[in-house]
Design a protein around this ligand. Structure first.
Ligand code: ASP
Ligand code: MG
Length: 437
C-alpha cells in the first residue's frame, strides 16, 4: 500500500481537487493524506489571533469571509443539486463550530480545534466529490489514530496500533482518505503536528503501516539544486539519500517538512516527491542508497540568530561547553550550528523566543554578543573526510561574501556557512554559478 499526500495548492481550488481524482483512482490500494486548501490554515490562524486579542467582531468578519469562499468552492466543485446541498450543509456546520468560539474566553486548546477545521473541510469535500462521481472511498478520521505524547513527539506505538485496527475495517477498500496535520495530544485533546505538518502525517502513517512508498505531491517537480525563488535555471535533483534530503529540508528547501524524513528512514521506505501539475515527471526519489555527487544542492535558512560567547575561563577548561548547552536546554531551544575556538564559542538558533533570557544567563559565563537576521547556507554533496577540493571551491565561489561561521566535518554530506541575510541572494547565485554550471 502506498501513501499519497497532497499539499495545500494541490487541493487549492475546485479544478485542482477534480484533477486529483485521476491520480488516485488507478485501482491500487492507497491512503490519501490531504492538507487544508491553500491559505485556509493562515486564515484560521488569523481568526484565532483575533480571538486571543479579544476582537470577536473582527474574528467573526474574517470567519464569514472564509465561509463564503468555501460556499463558492462547493458551487464549483459539485455538479448536482443534491451534492451541492450536502456540500453547503457541511461548510455551514464547520463554520458554525468556529463561530461558537467567538463568545466567552479563548484558550490555546480552542485555537487548535479551530486550526483543525482546514483539513477536516478539505478531506470531507474531497470525499463527497468522489461520492458524487461514484468512486468508492473511505474517510478515516486522523483523530482516531494520530497522536502525540506529552513531549509533543509522535506516539509511534499508539499510531501503529490504532491505524492497524482502523484499517482492518476497510480491507476491501482501495482509497482511504485522511487528514494531514491534525492529531490528538497525550490527553486526547485536538492538537496538531505544527505548521507544514501534513508531510509528517504522511510519513508517520507510511512508517506505521510499512507502506511501499510515501509520495508527497506538491506543485514543483521535486527538490531543486538551488532555490528557484532566488536563482534562475535551477535543476531538479532526481535522487537523494535520506540524510541529504533531511539536511536540505531542514536548511530551507520548503518542499518537504524536515521531520518527515525520520519515520521513513527508520523503516527504510522510499519517499517520492511529485508534481500534481506534471504527474508524468519522475520527481525526486529519496532512499537509503543514492549515488554520491560532489555537489547536489544548495539551500538557505533565514531567521537565524547567532550568540557569541567569549570567556577566558574556557581556556583549557573542561565542562565549559556543557554549561553553555545546559542554558539552551533549559529554554528548550535547539542549536543549529556551532563553532568553537579555545576561548570563544559561536552558536546559532532559529527559534529566538527566549533569546533575551538565554543571553542573560550566558553572561554568567563570559561576554555575550547577539546578532540577528542571519542566514545559514547549506551545501549538500560529498563532504567525506578523505575527500579533497570541495571546501576551497566553495570558499572561492563566495570570496566576495563575508563568511561569519563555517561548519565543516560535522556531516559527511554537507558544509554549512553563516552569512548576513542581506547577502543570501548573491551567495546562492554565486554558488549556483560556480558549483553547477
Ligand atoms: N495546513 C497545515 C499548514 O498550512 C499543514 C500542512 O499543510 O502541511 O501548515
Ligand atoms: Mg507543506
Amino acid at each position: 500500500m502506498k501513501i499519497m499526500k497532497f499539499g495545500g495548492t494541490s487541493v487549492g481550488n475546485p479544478d485542482r481537487m477534480k484533477a486529483l481524482i485521476s491520480l488516485i483512482n488507478d485501482g491500487e490500494k492507497k491512503i490519501v493524506v490531504l492538507s487544508a486548501m491553500a491559505g485556509t490554515t493562515n486564515s484560521l490562524v488569523e481568526i484565532a489571533d483575533l480571538l486571543h486579542a479579544g476582537d470577536a467582531s473582527a474574528a467573526t468578519e474574517r470567519n464569514n469571509i472564509l465561509r463564503s469562499k468555501y460556499h463558492q468552492v462547493v458551487d464549483e466543485l459539485f455538479a448536482t443539486g443534491n451534492f451541492k446541498k450536502s456540500g453547503h450543509d457541511l461548510i455551514d456546520s464547520h463554520f458554525e463550530y468556529i463561530r461558537n468560539f467567538t463568545s466567552g474566553s479563548f484558550t490555546k486548546l480552542q485555537e487548535k480545534s479551530i486550526l483543525a477545521q482546514g483539513e477536516l473541510l478539505s478531506t470531507s469535500l474531497f470525499h463527497l466529490l468522489l461520492h458524487e462521481r461514484n468512486i468508492k472511498a473511505v474517510l478515516l478520521p486522523a483523530l482516531s489514530f494520530m497522536r502525540i505524547d506529552k513531549d509533543g513527539e509522535p506516539d509511534s506505538f499508539y499510531i501503529e496500533e490504532n491505524i492497524e485496527r482502523e484499517l482492518k475495517n476497510y480491507q476491501s477498500e482501495n482509497i482511504i482518505i485522511t487528514q494531514g496535520f491534525i492529531c490528538r495530544n497525550a490527553h486526547g485533546e485536538i492538537d496538531n503536528l505544527k505548521r507544514g505538518g501534513s508531510d509528517f502525517t504522511a510519513s508517520l502513517i507510511g512508517a506505521a503501516i510499512n507502506a511501499s512508498e510515501i509520495q508527497i505531491w506538491t506543485d514543483i517537480n521535486g527538490f531543486h539544486n538551488n532555490d528557484p525563488r532566488f536563482v534562475e535555471n535551477t535543476k531538479v535533483i532526481r535522487e537523494l539519500s535520506f540524510d541529504e534530503a533531511a539536511e536540505l529540508a531542514y536548511f530551507g528547501a520548503k518542499i518537504l517538512h524536515p521531520s518527515s524524513v525520520n519515520p521513513a528512514r527508520e523503516k527504510n521506505i522510499p519517499v517520492r516527491l511529485k508534481n500534481t501539475m506534471e504527474p508524468d515527471d519522475q520527481g525526486t526519489l529519496i532512499t537509503s542508497s543514492s549515488i554520491l555527487q560532489d555537489y547536489k544542492a544548495v539551500a538557505a535558512k533565514d531567521g537565524i540568530s547567532v550568540l557569541r560567547i567569549r570567556s577566558d575561563r574556557m581556556l583549557m577548561a573542561y565542562g565549559f561547553l556543557r554549561k553553555v548547552f545546559e542554558i539552551f536546554e533549559a529554554y528548550r531551544t535547539p542549536i543549529d550550528m556551532i563553532t568553537t575556538s579555545e576561548v570563544a564559542v559561536s552558536i546559532t538558533i532559529d527559534n529566538s523566543d527566549f533569546i533575551k533570557q538565554i543571553a542573560k544567563d550566558l553572561k554568567e559565563l563570559g561576554t555575550v554578543e547577539v546578532e540577528e537576521n542571519q542566514t545559514i547556507v547549506c551545501v549538500v554533496g560529498d563532504f567525506r573526510t578523505e575527500k579533497t577540493g570541495s571546501a576551497p571551491e566553495i570558499f572561492e565561489a563566495l570570496n566576495t561574501i563575508p563568511l561569519k561561521m563555517i561548519s565543516y566535518g560535522g556531516s559527511p554530506n554537507s558544509l554549512s556557512l553563516l552569512i548576513d541575510s542581506s547577502n543570501k541572494k548573491e551567495a546562492l547565485r554565486l554558488l549556483s554559478k560556480h558549483l553547477f554550471n
